[in-house]
Design a protein around this ligand. Structure first.
Ligand code: DAT
Ligand code: MG
Length: 138
């Protein structure tokens, strides 16, 4: 068994709607362990590093504005296959069609804005997890 870590963000919509506890509880209930947790205000510079793969895309600027619109909760979770396990629990990117039972499917929907307000972020590979954990927890 290899222990793996992932970066989870509860985005400003999740924090503003007081869903942080409910979201963290689902991750713990699935069996993953909380390693680090903090509530912070992102900065443009930090988001540019975090979302470097999306710089220049049409939704990039609205995404950054959204992520700067309020505090986020950043967490490191640990467990065997936690990266894919959390992505599965989060659901697909578009919250309108994310499967019921997932965080995005149960708590989110498209609000008709230029960016998907989909409550959570989770690293998508071991390389991005390592990179993102360094960005949010120096
Ligand atoms: P995910 O968060 O599921 O890994 P991603 O990395 O492709 O998705 O995109 C990062 C975020 O950007 C995503 O959570 C919401 C927003 N986003 C992605 N694609 C979008 C699109 N086509 N229109 C609007 N927002 C989008
Ligand atoms: Mg992604």
């Amino acid at each position: 068994m290899t222990t793996e870590r992932t970066l989870v963000l509860i985005k400003p919509d999740g924090v503003a709607r007081n869903l942080s506890g409910a979201i963290l509880a689902r991750i713990e209930a699935k069996g993953y362990s909380l390693v680090e947790l903090k509530k912070i205000e992102a900065t443009r510079e930090l988001l540019e590093q975090h979302y470097e793969e999306h710089v220049g895309k049409p939704f990039y600027e609205p995404l950054v504005e959204f992520m700067l619109s309020g505090p986020v909760v950043a967490a490191i979770f640990e467990g065997h296959r936690v990266i894919e396990g959390f992505r599965s629990l989060a659901g697909t990117t578009d919250p309108t069609t994310a499967a019921p039972g997932t965080i995005r499917g149960d708590f989110g929907r498209d609000w008709g804005l230029k960016v998907q307000q989909n409550l959570v972020h989770g690293s998508d590979s071991t390389d991005s997890a390592e990179r993102e954990i360094k960005i949010w927890f120096q």
